[in-house]
Design a protein around this ligand. Sequence first.
Ligand code: DCP
Length: 195
Amino acid sequence: MILSDADILRRLEEGDLVVEPLDDPDIQIQPASIDLRLGREFLEFQRTNIPCIHPNSEQEVDEYVDSTHVEEGEEFILHPGDFVLGTTHERVEIPPDLIAHVEGRSSLGRLAIVVHATAGLCDPGFEGKITLELSNLGTAPVALTPGMRISQLTFTELKSPADRPYGKERGSKYQDQKGPQASKIQGDREFGGDQ
Ligand SMILES: Nc1ccn([C@H]2C[C@H](O)[C@@H](COP(=O)(O)OP(=O)(O)OP(=O)(O)O)O2)c(=O)n1
């Protein structure tokens, strides 16, 4: 079951679902989602002399990524074909019986801006800011302003709460991220036995 505005407000009031700061619920809470705003930090992927990035090499991933902070009143220009990591301004806490989906906003989709290239799922138990995978599929550069409503989060109730929610106890790599976070796939747990 997908939560409606009334369900979302109830869960926020009960306090187990957290989205903060929610400065203007009238604007941010939509009929069945919450609009999230763009933060100030971005990770850009620079052209590199490395022949290719090996996902398992933390050093190569770090070398490839460059961090940018956009000051108040400034814009971040997303050029056609660009792919950058951004972050939501809001921090979320997803309770064990909900799953959240990061979705684009139609108004930005109509300008060819995509907010999650592939991954858009926030696990039950996830806490932190959400990393946005921003790309521009169009032909014109688009100016993004921190604080603008960039994405929306929908919530689906699970049939039963997760037994082992996302979190530090299960070594979850992105728990409590405070800004855009590059891939930590190097931290994947190894399978036991022969593969
Ligand atoms: N666009 C997104 C999608 C997800 N997340 C956060 C919330 C998720 O709960 C967490 C992990 O997402 P995935 O399970 O899709 O990622 P991985 O499988 O790579 O990570 P892990 O091995 O930690 O599960 O990352 C995020 O910040 N930005």
